[in-house]
Design a protein around this ligand. Structure first.
Ligand SMILES: Cc1cc2nc3c(=O)[nH]c(=O)nc-3n(C[C@H](O)[C@H](O)[C@H](O)COP(=O)(O)O)c2cc1C
Ligand code: FES
Length: 631
């Protein structure tokens, strides 16, 4: 059905007024408008939940509503990501936001019989704390959500991302209207500068400065680009915003285009994000149909269009100069700067390039004012930041917290601590080119500068927790392997330097290291940082340098004692049987592929001959009383 044209503020107001009641149950205490339904059932349709079959759950919910003739009483809403993807499919039932996890199609009847019909939440599907087993019924009471402040993710899990009117009901496109109708382009740039927003794509460059720089270049043709390449393994903050709130990015890009004097925009998004691409396409189509993109937006004379370009999944294509080349169909290789994209970007024209999360903040800054934004965060890093929390942690997921939140709050309060009672060893911040920080930094309020000071970086916001069973040398090897693989090869320090770093670290994990290797790693690492052409090479040595700084003893144990303290490095691992625990069952001998284990069944404890053992570890897995240790 064709959407009606939106040509004025009045049109926006009318849509908002008509739609708000439908959102009032979901907004919990924030809305006074009466709802037309008794319940809103929110079903997550983010990539995480879709891959755990949330579409089937949604289909069953729709069917059940029909069967029970509840169409006028209960609504089913498809939403973006709630952040707790590991527990998907996630279903939230309003009023009051009961948080259900791992809901299966078979659970739907019970959900209706108990929760909808009798107001009795289904206990077995509610969130259960993995450490204590304690059940938390509502989202608001859940410690994963409680310390969060959602600005960039404000609409994810609240609106249907495919319904433009729901975005408008949440003040969507009001910031664009305000910018176009009440502000000059200079005033918009000033507002972004005053908010002190820094780019969320990794480098943390002040956004206002970038906007002012692009605006000041005198050229007829300029472009606005959104970097949605998101190459960091495990990071999915940008994808979640695009999937859960695509219009916020279009609105922000239109505001940016007005501010810098551009008429065309491109979103560079990786092809592995089909749900994000589909929702973006739909949002662009709806915005064009209603006149929120295209010619003469809101009757102000301002025109702006957006196109999508798909990336093929190369990490280096997230680097801005490589990305801009890739948008124009050339090979995605970086070039040296200056000239910066603000002067010479797409087709050598002035180009403003920002990250998805950076853009997601823009409409709120315009609407609520720069002072509101700058009131959150730290001295040098304002606002909030989305982090993807992964690794050895109870609550993995996507979180948004004010800048300056400590790692301890993130790991222990929001993340729920380390599973199986193990102890925290390190946290890797900043993705593959970040650093690993030890326990002593857990109380550090984190922002761009504090992380750089301690040898790591913010990057796009990846946080990976490691526990006592992780080997820090092996971790450094793992990240070097990634950056070495992803190096485009254009500059020698990165192409050859990361290869040499990897060879040395691999040698150490295989027992072929010497102490002089450690000095070489530091020297070579600093050389690569200084001499590389782009950020990939400039940051690639971070994992090895930071683990050397904080976990040097582990490197030394590998070299001097030919021992991997965490028992991870296969070539150095030793397997031993705890004679007191051994029950002489002989199961280990049956599984050992090289007959390295001997003993007498039910008579004498078993032992491993280290000269024969290949450290395959099968015996550890199979031993019933867990008497075999890997050291
Ligand atoms: C190797 C490499 C990969 C990068 N990948 C991304 C990415 O996936 N997404 C992103 O927004 N920025 C990425 N960046 C940073 C961009 O080059 C650029 O700084 C950023 O998109 C600018 O937007 P911002 O100022 O809003 O952060 C990458 C940089 C490097 C060096
Ligand atoms: S995708 Fe459903 S909670 Fe993240």
């Amino acid at each position: 059905m064709a959407l009606q044209k939106i040509q004025s503020l009045e049109d926006l107001n009318q849509i908002k007024e008509k739609t708000l009641p439908f959102l009032s149950l979901r907004l919990q205490n924030h809305s006074t408008v009466p709802a037309p339904y008794s319940h809103s059932i929110m079903v997550c349709a983010g990539t995480g939940c879709l891959s755990s079959n949330s579409q089937k759950v949604k289909d069953r919910l729709v069917e059940e509503i029909k069967n029970r003739k509840l169409q006028d009483k209960v609504e089913i809403v498809k939403t973006g990501c709630f952040g707790f993807c590991e527990l998907g499919p996630v279903v939230v039932v309003h009023p009051q936001g009961y948080f259900y996890c791992r809901v299966q199609p078979e659970d739907v009847t019970e959900l209706f019989d108990n929760h909808i019909a009798q107001g009795k939440p289904v206990q077995r599907l509610l969130y259960k704390n993995p450490s204590t087993g304690e059940v938390t019924e509502k989202m608001d009471d859940n410690k994963f959500f409680q310390p969060q402040t959602r600005v960039s993710l404000r609409n994810c899990g609240v609106i249907n991302p495919e319904e433009l009117k729901e975005y408008i009901a949440r003040d969507g496109y009001y910031a664009l209207a305000k910018a176009l109708m009440e502000m000059t382009p200079e005033e918009v740039v000033q507002a972004i500068t005053a908010s002190e927003l820094r780019g969320r794509g990794g480098a943390g460059f002040p956004s206002g400065k970038k906007w002012a720089f692009t605006a000041s270049v005198q050229q007829e043709m300029k472009y606005v680009v959104c970097n949605a390449d998101e190459g960091d393994p495990g990071a999915f903050m940008d994808r979640s915003i695009l999937e859960g709130d695509p219009h916020s990015i279009l609105e922000a890009m239109a505001i940016a285009a007005y501010a810098v004097g551009a008429k065309e925009g491109y979103i560079y998004v990786r092809a592995e994000y089909p749900v994000a691409v589909e929702r973006l396409e739909r949002a662009i189509e709806d915005a064009l149909q209603t006149g929120l993109l295209g010619e003469n937006i809101l009757g102000t004379g301002f025109s702006f269009t957006v196109e999508i370009r798909l990336g093929a999944g190369a990490f280096v294509c997230g680097e801005e100069t490589a990305l801009l080349r890739s948008v124009t169909g050339q090979r995605g290789e970086p070039r040296s700067r200056p000239p910066y994209p603000a002067v010479s970007g797409l087709w050598e024209k002035p180009t403003l390039l920002n990250n998805v999360e950076t853009y997601a903040n823009i409409p709120q800054i315009i609407l609520q004012g720069p002072a509101w934004f700058a009131s959150m965060g730290t001295e040098g890093s304002k606002g909030t930041k989305i982090f993807s929390l992964a690794g050895k942690i109870n609550n993995t997921g996507l979180i948004e917290v004010p800048m300056g939140t400590t790692l301890r709050t993130i790991v222990y309060d929001i993340g729920g601590g380390i599973p199986q009672g193990k102890s925290f060893k390190a946290i890797q911040t900043g993705g593959p080119s970040g650093g690993c920080l030890p326990t002593e930094h857990l109380d550090k309020p984190i922002d761009y500068d504090s992380l750089t000071e301690i040898g790591s970086m913010m990057g796009s916001g990846g946080l990976i927790v490691m526990d006592e069973s992780d080997c820090m040398v092996d971790i450094a090897r793992f990240y070097l392997e990634f950056t070495q693989d992803e190096s485009c090869g254009k500059c020698t320090p990165c192409r050859i330097g990361t290869k040499r770093l990897l060879e040395i670290v691999t040698g150490i994990t295989e027992g072929r290291g010497s102490l002089s290797d450690l000095d070489m790693l530091v020297e070579l690492g600093h050389d690569i940082q200084e001499a590389s052409l782009c950020g990939l090479g400039q940051t690639a040595p971070n994992p090895v340098l930071s683990t050397l700084e904080y976990f040097r003893d582990e490197y030394e144990a590998h070299i001097k004692e030919k021992r991997c303290p965490a028992g991870v490095c296969k070539a150095l691992a030793r397997h031993e049987i705890d004679l007191e625990k051994c029950i002489s069952c002989s199961i280990c001998t049956k599984h050992c592929p090289v007959q390295a284990i001997s003993g007498e069944r039910k008579i004498k404890p078993f032992t491993i001959n280290p000269d024969i053992c290949t450290n395959c570890g099968i015996c550890v897995e199979k031993c019933p009383p867990k008497a075999i240790l890997r050291r």
